[in-house]
Ligand binder design. Sequence first.
Ligand code: FES
Ligand SMILES: [Fe+2]
Length: 419
Amino acid sequence: MNVVPRASQWGELIRPDRVHGSLYSDPAIFEAELQNIWYRTWVYVGHESEVPNANDYVVKSIGPQSVIMTRDEQGKVNLLLNRCSHRGNQVCSYDKGNARSFTCPFHSWTFANDGRLVGYAFPDGYEGQDKSKLALGRVTRVQSYRGFVFGSFAAEGPTLEEHLGGAAETIDRLVRFSPEGEVEVTAGFLKHRVKANWKFIIENECDGYHPAFVHSSIFGVADSAIGKLYGGASTAVTRDYGNGHTEIDLRPEFRKRDAPMSWFGTTEARLPDYTARMKAAYGDQTAREIMIDGSPHVMIFPNLFIAEIQMFVIQPLAVDDSVQHVTALQFKGAPDMNRRLRQQTMGSVGPAGLLLADDSEMYERCHRGVLARNPEWIFLGRGEKRERQDELGFKVGHVTDEIPSRGIWRHYRSLMETR
Ligand code: FES
Ligand SMILES: [Fe+2]
């Protein structure tokens, strides 16, 4: 349709149990999403452990925009836009490094790593100019939660804690897998590019309906017990935390097994060093509970997916073009565990990994499919009649129910309707 709906019209495209196919394929809607979602709400950018020392930097993104995450000499983390204030050239050419300043390759203007313009080339000719007005652009608000750094281009709006809401607890649950209570993002990123709309990806992350079919080959080859978690008889649940955050909570199944580290397909005996450190840090009982429950499977809207052992950062480039940045999670103080996390990440979502290849094929097929004119709608009603509330008031349902997709779209509609 190529016309952005007015506020009152989003409800015509987003119904409780279905959404219109144009939401995934219309370039005008994608542009509206950049303004109303990506350049407004809190977006995950990077992790503090990626810039551990003064003057470290990494190049990240918010949607199609390149963002330099720096740690300045005062130790403060800054999110700077990678755009020279002279004529727009990208000032940083490397993915990461350590630098006090960035010198633009075009005419050599130099910016400190806190964004200040510190010098022009051939400074005569700039008499009377105010350097402080020619700094690098910044992401307006920067806040971090347990080392996860988020940015928002909106000066006003919910705080990061308000945005995360109930989903913050999943990050708390994640960091407990480190005997020191900290995640480290130090394994390096792989980038997977798909010709598909970003929303197919974020909906898929907590879609517990597809694994039994899409991933049957890897579950078979690996002789894995994961498949059963997503079966019809599973007691695992899907959860909608509100604000677009969704989860597949596998704890009910792991608690039935009652075996520490079974979520990771291993045993305490095979990770004696890690087990000892966890017990020393949390006490025998709590360590045992953490290691039975397993790491969370949660999609923090709009772009951070924590998938038990790895982390994905989803980046939209265009209506039909997205990148998944993938890295193995690393837990501080857990070297033997980390080695396995890297190996399993390479096996499942590395260049030859089956898991991500399976999913990518599905996103691209969906994207090609929605370009067909008829039927116009995507049906998301599975489990609608059997939704219930958990003890904290969040919507939950069977692991194969489409509670996550409905939750994402409810929040999406609220963001697109306002302003
Ligand atoms: S564009 Fe950067 S110095 Fe000219
Ligand atoms: Fe999948």
